[in-house]
Design a protein around this ligand. Structure first.
Ligand SMILES: Nc1ncnc2c1ncn2[C@@H]1O[C@H](COP(=O)(O)OP(=O)(O)O)[C@@H](O)[C@H]1O
Ligand SMILES: Nc1ccn([C@@H]2O[C@H](COP(=O)(O)O)[C@@H](O)[C@H]2O)c(=O)n1
Length: 202
């Protein structure tokens, strides 16, 4: 099994890159684990309180469960990946059965900040986009899809997203084997990553 970590700041294009990588791989050879699925269970708090959480700090993630799930997959077992609701700011009651595959992609802003998760990765990729580009993408997405208005998004950006990026996410770039520049779509980098995966798979 090949475990590939894909990190990078919010809006850098991680999900897009993952989709481009897996496009060419057969469905039964790859599975994706999203860090978002592993936000801590906040069911004990009302929605109003949950919305105040710092979702860009490593402590917001249940790394213990993520590690346990990666180990299960390595042992050939199917896991029940939690399903996260951005609107509810919490895990839902549903889970998605995720079967072990030859290639397991783990993606998320903070996945390379945890030493134990890092150690489990065979290839570590950091997707880079400039902060102005990421902020523009983030505003569009938060307002259109994730239930935040413009003022809330800008306030969050200044109070947590930007400082957490500087403190935790950007420094984790030093652990990357490959850095993908993604201010614009980067088909060359995607082809290189695909080639590396295919070489490792034979
Ligand atoms: N290279 C790119 N050029 C332009 N827009 C992009 C690029 N990569 C991603 N996007 C767009 O930016 C937004 C955030 O991308 P996404 O892949 O969800 O980022 P992340 O998972 O890192 O938060 C999406 O609307 C996506 O279509
Ligand atoms: N309820 C939540 C939980 C997290 N976020 C933000 O998601 C970002 C990480 O996801 P990406 O797809 O951007 O990598 C992170 O910056 C959190 O602030 C949220 O908006 N609402």
């Amino acid at each position: 099994m090949l475990i590939i970590g894909i990190a990078g700041g919010t809006g850098c294009g991680k999900t897009t890159v993952v989709n481009q990588i897996i496009n060419e791989l057969p469905d039964d050879e790859v599975c994706v684990i999203s860090q978002d699925s592993y936000y801590n269970d906040l069911s004990h708090l009302p929605l109003e309180e949950r919305r105040k959480t710092n979702f860009d700090h490593p402590l917001s993630i249940d790394f213990k469960l993520l590690k346990q799930h990666l180990e299960e997959l390595r042992q050939g077992n199917t896991i029940q990946q939690p399903v996260y609701s951005f609107l509810e700011c919490n895990r839902t009651a549903e889970t998605v059965p995720t079967e072990p595959r030859k290639v397991v992609i783990v993606e998320g802003i903070l996945i390379m900040t945890d030493p134990e998760i890092r150690k489990m990765m065979d290839i570590k990729i950091f997707v880079h986009a400039d902060s102005d580009e990421r902020l523009i993408r983030r505003i569009k997405r938060d307002v259109n899809e994730r239930g935040w208005n413009l003022d809330e998004t800008l306030e969050k950006y200044q109070s947590t997203i930007k400082p957490m990026h500087a403190e935790f996410i950007e420094p984790s770039k030093e652990y990357a084997d490959i850095i993908i520049p993604n201010n614009k779509h980067n088909t060359v980098a995607i082809d290189i990553v695909r080639t590396i995966i295919n070489e490792k798979l034979v």
